[in-house]
Design a protein around this ligand. Structure first.
Ligand code: ADP
Ligand code: MG
Length: 613
């Protein structure tokens, strides 16, 4: 028998290795922006076509590359940033692995134009499938422009795997925002399909935050700044009143590298403690700088997770710094003026967080739906319509008998009788169990209904038919409410405006990243417009991408989830009755929005069997 092991050809090995670094257009955005920063550029322009699927281009005015270097740069493990292993422990640049350009070249068509300041001519280079197909001297401004075209043109399977343009664009903007926040002293712009989306003049960190996160932050940032021998922390936190129900304005950087760390997020959120209404996220843009030897940024290829030498110290330090900053502005605002002159401009310094403000903030709890006035819940008064789906209910119940939990409960389908069944919807026959289940006794048997799943189901069907044209009744806001978002969320909302309208939310674009809420669903309580929408947005953003649902379906499901009665909520008799009636009007009452059982039915036979076991 012959031997079977072969060495992979270079271009295949490159493609496989590239997969770790370049997963989507946004990965290239991150790498190219970081390279521009490392090259000392002060002006960095990102140009996108077709959400990066056609083009990701970064133009910088940095050091540029020599004719030889630019060729070398695309070789795997080619880097100018480290030369020996010890360098890894003192790395101050964003890149160091020498993998990014090689990876990009393995999975796209690349064009580079670059010139160093003293050189008379620059270089133009074209690469495809990791191979240089053209290199020639060319006129070029000082700096580098790298274009990545047709990502994954040579790996159709991966190209097909890319998400919708909206989704890919969101990833791109995330990466752009991270780098732009980390380097406020540099100019950045982002142009997508010919439209400039960001134009960020150089400035202070505070100015950059306001540029990116919205002018509403102008007077609502509190400076954090502490220095120790071990590490420094600096940046801003939003005043408690800026806390939102939606995540998105939380940024943490270690040595100017954006990282995701639920652990450190917890440190920050816990420092806010009672100052925040429940389920809200404080805004923050915080930087810690420490000796590179104390962190291992090398643990994840996309470098968003890091390992600290001593996590607990960092946790305590971050928490203390945020506490200190909060204390400064709310209790002893005049003490530490010399700490940071910027803090003197802050409204917070002059106006401590009052009890009234605190109260206002915490009053924004979840809406109270399901009240008597709740017109959207009213059912068609004709008795027949109330019973429309009894048969389905019973059949569905039977179908469910094949699922594990319900399997032994059901024997035969109770037959569907005539209209005298309307007496079955009879107030008083409901009982709430463990604040989560409704025990509903009917002549057919006992239904054990999961209240949250049931309500989610009801709302989902209602919202689905809303999007089909039977729009949900809306009420005009007494006072139109301004909704200021960050750009990512603003883009998201703009894509959903017409659907939101059908769901009863009337929003109008109003200046950059800002909307006016003019109308809300008739069954919502006024005064919570902003937090309701933020919560909806939050729910929408965190909908599992594993479920391949389109935008509309995601929206209605998020909305149903957000607006539903929750497990643990006490219901009175009328509310339970309404829920039961509404549930059995659904076209598919038995299976929940995520496929789980909404209820089980214990009929006579099942009950007897349970008792006689
Ligand atoms: P790394 O950044 O880890 O060194 P890359 O593959 O991203 O690896 O880049 C390889 C090398 O190419 C860099 O070390 C740098 O010398 C050079 N380079 C890349 N981008 C630029 C740029 N925009 N301007 C100047 N030099 C660059
Ligand atoms: Mg790099």
């Amino acid at each position: 028998m012959s031997d079977i092991i072969r060495l992979l050809p270079d271009h295949i090995a490159n493609q496989i290795a590239a997969g770790e670094v370049i997963q989507r257009p946004a990965s290239a955005v991150k790498e190219l922006l970081e390279n521009a920063v490392d090259a000392g550029a002060t002006d960095i322009r990102l140009i996108i076509q077709d959400a990066g699927k056609q083009l990701v281009q970064v133009v910088d005015n940095g050091s540029g590359m020599s004719e030889t270097d630019v060729r070398m740069a695309f070789e795997r493990h080619a880097t100018s940033k480290i030369s020996k292993i010890e360098d890894l422990f003192s790395i101050r640049t964003m890149g160091f692995r020498g993998e990014a350009l090689a990876s990009i070249a393995a999975v796209s068509q690349v064009e580079v134009r670059t010139r160093r300041e003293p050189d008379a001519a620059g270089t133009f280079l074209e690469i495809e499938n990791s191979r240089v197909i053209r290199q020639e001297p060319a006129a070029a401004p000082t700096g580098t422009s790298i274009s990545m075209k047709n990502l994954f043109f040579n790996i159709p399977a991966r190209r097909n795997f890319l998400k919708s343009n909206a989704a890919e664009m969101r990833h791109i903007i995330d990466e752009f925002v991270h780098v732009a926040l980390a380097y406020p002293e540099l100019f950045f712009s982002l142009t997508s399909n010919g439209q400039q989306q960001y134009h960020l003049e150089k400035g202070t960190l505070k100015q950059r935050i306001v540029q990116l996160m919205g002018t509403s932050y102008q007077t609502k940032l509190v400076s954090v700044s502490e220095e120790t021998d071990y590490m420094n922390i600096y940046g801003f936190i939003g005043k408690p009143e800026t806390a939102k129900k939606t995540r998105g304005d939380q940024y943490f950087f270690v040595n100017r590298r954006f990282i995701r760390s639920p652990y450190l997020h917890h440190a920050i959120a816990s420092a806010f403690q009672e100052l925040l209404p429940p389920d809200t996220y404080p805004a923050y843009v915080l930087f810690i700088d420490l000796d590179p030897a104390q962190v291992d940024i090398n643990v994840h290829p996309t470098k968003q997770e890091i390992k600290f030498e001593d996590e607990k110290i960092i946790y305590a330090f971050v928490q203390a710094a945020v506490r200190h900053a909060l204390a400064q502005f709310s209790i002893t605002p005049t003490l530490d003026f010399d700490l940071d002159p910027r803090i003197q401009q802050l409204d917070a310094v002059n106006k401590p967080f009052t009890d009234v403000e605190k109260q206002q903030a915490s009053a924004s709890t979840l809406y109270k739906t399901f009240t008597e006035k709740n017109t959207a819940h009213r059912i068609d008064p004709s008795a027949a319509s109330g019973l429309r789906h009894w048969k389905d209910v019973l059949e569905a119940g039977q179908a469910e008998s094949s699922t594990e939990q319900a399997a032994f409960f059901l024997t035969e389908t109770p037959s569907f009788e005539d209209k005298k069944d309307s007496s079955e919807i009879d107030p008083g026959s409901c009982l709430q169990v463990s604040l989560t289940y409704i025990l509903y006794a009917s002549p057919k048997g006992v239904f054990l209904i999961h209240q949250q799943r049931a309500h989610e189901k009801i709302l989902l069907e209602r919202y689905q038919s809303a999007l089909e044209g039977k729009s949900v009744p809306s009420q005009t806001c007494l006072f139109p409410v301004n909704l200021q978002l960050n750009t990512q969320d603003a883009i998201l909302i703009s894509e959903l405006l017409s659907e939101l309208q059908l769901l009863g939310y009337h929003l109008e674009a109003f200046g950059k990243d800002s909307f006016v809420i003019r109308g809300i669903p008739a069954d919502t309580v006024q005064g919570h417009e902003r937090s309701d929408l933020e919560l909806l947005l939050e729910q929408y953003k965190h909908f599992s991408p594993a479920l391949k649902l389109d935008r509309r379906e995601r929206l209605v499901r998020s909305h149903a989830r957000q607006r539903s009665i929750k497990a643990g909520q006490k219901l009175n008799a009328a509310e339970m009755q309404q829920l039961v009636t509404d549930l059995f009007q659904c076209t598919q009452p038995a299976s929940g929005n995520a496929g789980q059982a909404v209820y089980i039915l214990l009929d006579d036979t099942a009950l007897l069997r349970l008792l006689d076991r």
